[in-house]
Design a protein around this ligand. Sequence first.
Ligand SMILES: [Fe+2]
Length: 232
Amino acid sequence: MQALEQLAPPPSLGLSTSSSTASVSGAILGSTLRALDAALQARDICTHTHCQRVIYYSLTLGRIMGLSEDELVTLERGVFLHDIGKIHMPDSVLLKPGLLSDTERTVMQQHPSIGYEMLRHNPLLTDAAEIVLTHHERYNGSGYPLGLKGDDIPLGARICAITDTFDAITSIRPYRTPMSVEDACNYIQSERGCQYDPEIVDMFTALPSSQWQEVRRAASTSTALNSLFHAA
Ligand SMILES: [Fe+2]
């Protein structure tokens, strides 16, 4: 097991490049991501900060799993953008302080497809767009929007499914009290092979809940994420 400091993610979105052509591509991508970041921040600050924490958790988990640098870059971009489709949600749904009705939930469940449509034409974001589209799929096939099953779900989306939930259930919501980190880890374990990829759950729970508590504290206070796009 690596030390937590080694797992702590310095996000870059893979924008550091050496050749001039790659630098131009990186600059264009960086400005695109910066614009999307600003739009989400203006639209819903809660979703924005949620996405930043989920990046942190996902890169931590990705490093525990031993992902390559290229895989980490794809993961980082996909997770950063995973809820970007919520920009199109009506205020009555996106900003509702209580539980969603069935009709409102159906509207909300369109956000992966909307996000995918926003991104899929950008050749630099093809893999990230697939994570956006599939981050609410479930390992047993009961998710949405496609009902994908098992390894048909992109790896980044299978990781995001766990880290997205981890942040959601440990965060304050107007309609429920947050779970403790220990209870959240137990919940994720209980969904092993159902909602979540069993092998990735095993990697997640390989880090004790006390250490996930430390990761959560770091993700909530980190200023490193504020420099996400400065490498472009
Ligand atoms: Fe989502």
